[in-house]
Design a protein around this ligand. Structure first.
Ligand code: FES
Length: 79
């Protein structure tokens, strides 16, 4: 996944834990979004299990989904 901002690069490099309940890391969620084309928390939950516990990670997953959508839109504007 290509994230524009620096924090996401270091997060991805460190493969941070996004969902503590289900022990799901950023790389797994990034692949679900990028490779599998998932675009909702519900789909991410079904595919990875992330977000199936306390739901505290939903805001972070939502951010990742939003960021990817913004990047996708920006890429469409490039000739
Ligand atoms: S941190 Fe993801 S469900 Fe609790």
């Amino acid at each position: 996944m290509q994230f524009a901002d620096h924090n996401h690069h270091s997060e991805l490099a460190n493969d941070v834990l996004i969902c503590r309940c289900l022990k799901v890391r950023l790389s797994t969620i990034a692949d679900a979004i990028e490779v599998c084309g998932l675009n909702s928390i519900r789909d991410i939950r079904c595919a990875t299990g992330a977000g199936d516990g306390c739901t505290a990670c939903h805001i972070r997953i939502r951010q990742l989904l939003h960021q990817r959508a913004v990047e996708r839109d920006a890429a469409m504007l490039v000739p």
